[in-house]
Design a protein around this ligand. Structure first.
Ligand SMILES: Cc1ncc(COP(=O)(O)O)c(C=O)c1O
Length: 361
């Protein structure tokens, strides 16, 4: 018989790959604005590093990510044993559940939020306690009130996916004040490098003050390496030791390690992305407003908006026009779509297609 926890979860449905849409719908020109990736390819320097590393693909990767660990620890001003690497930051969410959560323990998450928290928690046999968003933002007061003696981890996607809103420094501090040292607050900062808000929390300094945090970041978004799957976690050395135990020995492949190492120096790609996000956001806001559609102001590279009718149908029609975006039914938001901010031409194609689907000029 199957593990009974498996029966409690719905499989994660990712954004459709470009090639699949081209193949199935016989389209030549398809844009993907569905998975919050960077629209820019990795830089030449990063591609060269990948090429060089490819020559040793007959060998297993370095299970400790030695060079990347050294460089990142220096950059973040943390100890090398305060870092853990994952096959995407997703993997660290699962490791945290495996390492810290016993069946029947409680895990607090927002609703809706990034779907992997719930899937990973249920897989570990945890009781998932959900706290509704308020005005599309995390309600940290209510999350704090939901803490019981069985709570093991509180997950905070900052910024949140799918809303694009964020938790401020003061809100984070208020949550942490007075809570049990045993309780882990997990800040998922997958979009950290894209956020420019001044009151965004400095979680690494909170960690240095001794707060019991796990902070995760990724090379998938700002560093243009989603296809290689590499992310990392920062925590106390004690927590990292526990996180390391359920980790598979070679969980981060050697191309990913080489690319991540090279991309840490690559400021120009990040600046290019930030500029594209800023300009694209203004363009999309204006056009959504012109269409009379409500959106949630975002601090990152995607926008959640309401179409006022079944978003699944709208997304199907957009697909036929070669535009992949994400309908939010899986998040319980049937009339909502999440669009990733792409390059100018991609944003334009999306708006043109949306106008045509909604029959507006
Ligand atoms: C909030 C959040 N956390 C984590 C991830 C996963 O990132 P990774 O590619 O590092 O697994 C995503 C990806 O969309 C995300 O939106």
């Amino acid at each position: 018989m199957v593990n009974e926890n498996i029966l409690k979860i719905n499989p994660y449905i990712p954004g459709k790959p470009i090639e699949e849409v081209k193949r199935k719908l016989k389209l030549k020109d398809v844009v993907k604005l569905a998975s919050n990736e960077s629209p820019f390819a990795p830089s030449k320097k990063v591609l060269q590093a990948i090429n060089k590393a490819a020559k040793s693909l007959n060998r297993y990767p370095d299970g400790s990510c030695f060079y990347l660990r050294k460089k990142l620890a220096k950059k973040l001003r943390v100890l090398e044993n305060q870092l853990i690497f994952g096959n995407g930051s997703d993997e660290i969410i699962t490791m945290a559940m495996r390492a810290f959560v016993n069946p029947g323990d409680e895990v607090i998450i927002a609703k809706p939020t990034f779907l992997i928290y719930e899937i990973a928690a249920k897989l570990s046999g945890a009781k998932v306690v959900t706290v509704a968003l308020k005005d599309f933002r995390y309600n940290l007061k209510a999350m704090k009130q939901a803490i019981t003696s069985r709570t093991k981890i509180i997950f905070i996607a900052n910024p949140d996916n799918p809303t694009g809103t964020y938790v401020t420094k003061d809100e984070a501090q208020n949550l942490l004040d007075g809570i049990s040292k045993e309780l882990i607050v997990y800040f998922d900062e997958a979009y950290y490098e894209i956020v420019t808000e001044k009151d965004y929390p400095d979680t690494l300094s909170l960690l240095k003050q001794g707060k019991n945090l796990i902070v995760t970041r990724t090379f998938s978004k700002a560093y243009s390496l989603a296809g290689l799957r590499i992310g990392y976690g920062i925590s106390s050395k004690e927590n990292i030791d526990f996180l390391n135990r359920p980790r598979e020995p070679f969980n981060v492949n050697s191309l990913a390690q080489a690319a991540a190492l090279a991309s840490l120096d690559d400021k120009s790609n990040l600046l290019k992305l930030r500029m594209a996000v800023k300009e694209g956001k203004n363009y999309l806001y204006k056009n959504l407003e012109d269409l009379g559609l409500k959106y949630v102001p975002s601090v990152t590279n995607f926008i959640l908006f309401e179409v006022g009718l079944d978003a699944r149908r709208v997304c199907q029609e957009l697909l036929k026009l070669g535009v992949i975006v994400r309908e939010m039914a899986g998040w319980g938001m049937d009339n909502f779509i999440r669009v990733t901010i792409g390059r100018a031409a991609e944003n334009k194609k999306f708006i043109k297609a949306l106008k045509s689907v909604l029959n507006k000029k």
